[in-house]
Each structure stands twice: as C-alpha cells, then as structure tokens.
Design a protein. Structure first.
Length: 292
C-alpha cells in the first residue's frame, strides 16, 4: 500500500509559489488544482480565479494529462465569494493586481463574473477530460457550484454543503441553477437554493450531489486513487464517453445520441488501445493503454 501512496505524491514544480492562492501540480497523467487560501476558507480572490482558469486550459491542452483533480488546503473546500471584499464594496473577488475594485458598480460585478469566474465553468464545459473533486469541510455558495461543475465528487464524511446565496441576499451566480437540478431534480434543487440549509456529506450522497463519502483523513488518497484508476483507462474512450454522456443530457432525441456514439465506436475500434484491451483480456493481464 505504501508503494501506491508514494506513486501518487505530487511534486511542486520549481516555479510554484507556495503562497499562491491556487497551486497547480502535475504528476504523470494526473494534474492537480489545489485551492490555497486556507486562512480565508479558500474564498475566491482574483489571482485564484485567474490561475484556476489558466490551469484548466493547460490541463486540457497537455496531451500527457488524462485526469484533473480539484482539492483544497485547510479546513474548508471553499466559502465561495469573499464576504469581506463584498462588505468593503469590492465585489465578489476583491481587487485586481493594480488595486482596482471589481465591485464599485453593478456592471463591474457582472463583468467580474463574466470575465473571470464564469471562465472556469465555460472551460470545464468544453473539457473532455475527467475532472474529479475532493470536498473537505464546507463548500458554500460559489464554492459548492465549483464542485458541482466537476464530473465526479468525493466528499469527506465531515463535509457540509450549502448553496448559501439566499442568506446573503444573492442569487446563484456561478452555475448552481444549471448544475444542481441536473443532479438532484428541480424540486429538490429549489429547496436547497431557497433555504440555503447545510447538507451533510451522507445526505448529499443519498441525493446524488456526491458520488462517494470517505473518512476525512482518507479524502485525498481516495480522490487520487479514483483519478489514477480512470487515468489507466484508454484516454480517448474516456473522453468520448464524457462527451457522449453530456451531449445525451442536452437532447431528447435518441437517434442523435445513437448517431454520435456509433461514430465514436467506429473510431475507437480502429485504435491500438482496442487491440491492447482485447489482447489483455485474452492473456488475463492488466492492459496498458497509450491513447493511440
């Protein structure tokens, strides 16, 4: 077991600043995005959001990366928007590097969402690679939205989830009204969004908000183990399955869904990974998929 743990360690890149609000690390075929503002419960800042979008884009374009993992340092996953910045009239993410506020006017706050925070959602929407989220502690408001945008969520048994916006006199500004109903249904989503009540990890698992609940001390390892397992699958198949599933969710037309998947089936059946999979089954060994 120790050997498996060691192979999943992520080594910081030389240029990485440990004080950065977001850390981006790569180890083999897995990229890891780590929220790193623990003293603020990983509330958003403009540097965090900018680097988050950049990291996702890099992971998508890097052909060596097969799976992306999103986690957070500290006692919380994310408190979402920075309430201190909001109280100070600096908007949802505070000031930029030049000290310019993104909260002076309504149009500034809209631009902060459109030009920065929403870039993460839109980048994820175009991403074919699997994104797995490990949720520790609290995930509130936009912090919860960010977790819901991922493909799979693993939660610590002490995690607490809340839409939270309504308690701050806000509406879900980061995709919650899009993602949540697709996971739990419209009626339950409205209850969660209207009340802002906290939901335990096990409640969230029962209603489909998270895939799996593990002891808090095992969250990081469980999340990385899942990422490693998926990364060992044929990457083109994994990406095509993701695109087919999400495409099918956006159409009620069976013929369209079948046309897409039949095209994908034809393509992957000519790949070396298909032959490798068949040979591995015949030889009763573990396959080694290369993406070719």
């Amino acid at each position: 077991m120790m050997g498996r743990r060691e192979c999943l360690k992520f080594v910081k890149t030389p240029q990485e600043d440990k004080n950065s609000h977001l850390l981006y690390q790569k180890d083999g075929s897995i990229a890891r995005i780590i929220l790193n503002r623990p003293e603020k419960y990983n509330a958003f800042s403009l540097p965090m959001i900018r680097k988050w979008a950049e990291a996702l884009q890099d992971a998508q374009e890097d052909q060596s990366i097969r799976v992306i993992v999103l986690t957070a340092n500290g006692k919380a996953f994310s408190a979402g928007g920075d309430t201190e910045a909001m109280l100070a009239g600096k908007g949802f993410v505070g000031c930029d590097d030049q000290g310019e506020s993104w909260g002076d006017k309504a149009i500034d706050r809209k631009r902060a969402l459109t030009n920065h925070i929403h870039k993460i959602a839109l980048t994820l929407d175009l991403m074919d690679k699997p994104v797995i989220c490990g949720i520790n502690g609290i995930a509130i408001g936009a912090g919860l939205d960010m977790a819901l945008m991922c493909d799979i969520r693993v939660a610590a048994d002490d995690a607490q989830l809340s839409a939270g916006y309504v308690k701050a006199g806000l509406v879900p500004g980061d995709g919650g009204v899009f993602y949540l109903p697709r996971l739990v249904g419209v009626a339950k989503a409205l209850e969660i969004l209207w009340t802002g009540d906290f939901i335990s990890a096990y409640e969230a698992e029962k209603m489909g908000m998270v895939n799996k609940v593990v002891p808090a001390a095992e969250l990081e390892q469980a999340t990385l183990e899942m990422a490693k397992k998926i990364a060992e699958s044929p990457p083109v198949c994994v990406q095509m399955i993701k695109r087919a599933v999400y495409s099918a969710q956006r159409t009620n037309d069976l013929r369209t869904a079948l046309d897409l998947i039949s095209s994908q089936m034809a393509i992957v059946s000519e790949m070396s990974d298909h032959k490798e999979g068949l040979n591995a089954l015949k030889e009763k060994r573990k396959p080694v998929f290369t993406g070719h």
